[in-house]
Design a protein around this ligand. Sequence first.
Ligand SMILES: [Ca+2]
Length: 393
Amino acid sequence: MNISLMGRKDLQFVTGENGLQMDVENRRLLGSMTDGGSLLRTVDPGLNKRLDEVDFHRWMTDFSAFFSLLEIAKVLSQSCLHFIVFDTEASHDILKVWDGPTESDMLLKEWSGSSLPDDIYSTFNSITLQFDTDFFISKSGFSIQFSTSTATMCNDPGVPQNGTRSGDSREPGDTVTFQCDPGYQLQGTAKIMCVQVDNRFFWQPDPPTCTAACGGNLTGPAGVILSPNYPQPYPHGKECDWRIKVSPDYVIALIFKSFHMEPSYDFLHIYEGEDSNSPLIGSFQGSQSPERIESSGNSLFLAFRSDASVSMAGFAIDYKEKPREACFDPGNIMNGTRIGLDFKLSSTVTYHCDPGYQLANVATITCIIGEDGKPVWNRALPSCNGNVNHRFN
Ligand SMILES: [Ca+2]
């Protein structure tokens, strides 16, 4: 099926309740189109006056493969597709969008599942949508708005999820750079340039994405470990290994920020050492993780294992190093200051409150050997309370 929408500037294509389907006998496309967003109607070539817009020959030819193609051609210069609704059977009912005709081989992107895609732009004067569905399970489908304009500069390259962008200029020759949030890895190139070729304006190379990778080697003094795809559910059947190694004479603390795994089937195993032959500290699953784990040596090995079904959001874990014979930096308190920068065993740190605030609890903490044989502060931090017997003049 091929629907050429000549010169239309705003048009929505909405699949029917049972997805996009074709009825050969009645020569009817089960799906609907809307003009301007309000009027939904089924494209029925037998009744519809827009017969000339539907290339029946292609439609019928391709029907045997249960294949549909919507081609929007002859727009001014570039098109923008804006998704209003998107819900298809993940991995089986797939929407593909090409820059130009399919023969151009320039696949912009493909989607399936239930996340709403971001806007997507063509750089040619046509854009092609192809929707492939299998014979099973139909979701509500998609609704897409499209608009066209004459390009004079590159499109907004967007900001990657879990990342940031520096630079706003989009003229030919301009560059913008991207950076990922801690724990995410840049897929692609950090710096891209706006390029003009004839009437086409496009970024080269394509803007990068930021993804939570499956495993890695971490050597910095601090960092973040995220389950693959975090905060989206982790993939099935994954084995991801992380090695953390900090300076000699330092130990590692893991601080669990979030932890959601399928109980009894998906695990995070943590080993005291460089690989899985080292002693196991613990195997964690479900939503029960320790608040914090501290190593005895300067390396930890984390092994994530997911089985073939059911996935959850996974985990976000901060790690940081500290000298072996010392407590962690205890931090500052609100409305107060501290004296003492030495966190070694038997060192003390003392807190003072700002004027107008009164100290609650004991002002001085001491680094001692805790019950687990590791250095720990002997008591909780004090706090500074405001408006205690405070008189307004
Ligand atoms: Ca699972």
